[in-house]
Design a protein around this ligand. Structure first.
Ligand code: RB5
Length: 149
């Protein structure tokens, strides 16, 4: 089952406050947010949380996902190990738009130690507002899927 307006958010300990700000922002935009934590500040490994969010997107339970860690890099690497996930880490709004328009990204990763709150929300908006262009890009995205098989 795919919930077209359902989005999952997750992070490690390094990004809890920013994740919670983003969760409120995305909910205010009309998305149904599955914020799967964590909520307490103890150190917790980013692969666990990247995988959990990615599985919810890969299964169709959520259409999109946003994950965060200190740099956004580790949790993005973990998410991309789940079949069907295309997750990009972004520190600018242009890249956030392009990973949807050209790469059909279904997950966005952010670094809480890299971007401030205002930029993070602008990146999230650019990601959510963009649409996959298809066309010549569809064949390239399909080539990524072939690599997974
Ligand atoms: C945790 O200290 C940090 O390594 C993690 O949040 C992330 O930046 C890894 O990529």
């Amino acid at each position: 089952m795919t919930a077209d307006n359902r989005i999952v958010l997750s992070s490690d300990h390094a990004a809890i406050p920013l994740r919670q700000v983003i969760a409120r922002h995305v909910a205010a935009r009309g998305w149904v947010v599955a914020d799967i934590g964590p909520v307490t500040p103890e150190s917790t490994p980013y692969p666990r949380h990247g995988e959990a969010a990615a599985r919810m997107v890969a299964s169709g339970e959520c259409r999109l996902g946003i994950v965060l860690c200190g740099t956004g890099q580790g949790i993005m690497m973990a998410a991309n190990k789940v079949k069907g996930i295309r997750c990009g880490v972004c520190s600018d709004t242009f890249s956030a738009r392009m990973i949807r328009e050209h790469n059909d990204a279904n997950m966005l990763s952010l670094g809480a130690r890299v971007v401030g709150e205002g930029l993070a929300l602008a990146i999230v908006d650019a990601f959510l507002d963009a649409t996959f262009e298809g066309g010549r890009h569809a064949a390239r995205v399909e080539m990524i899927a072939v690599l997974e098989r």
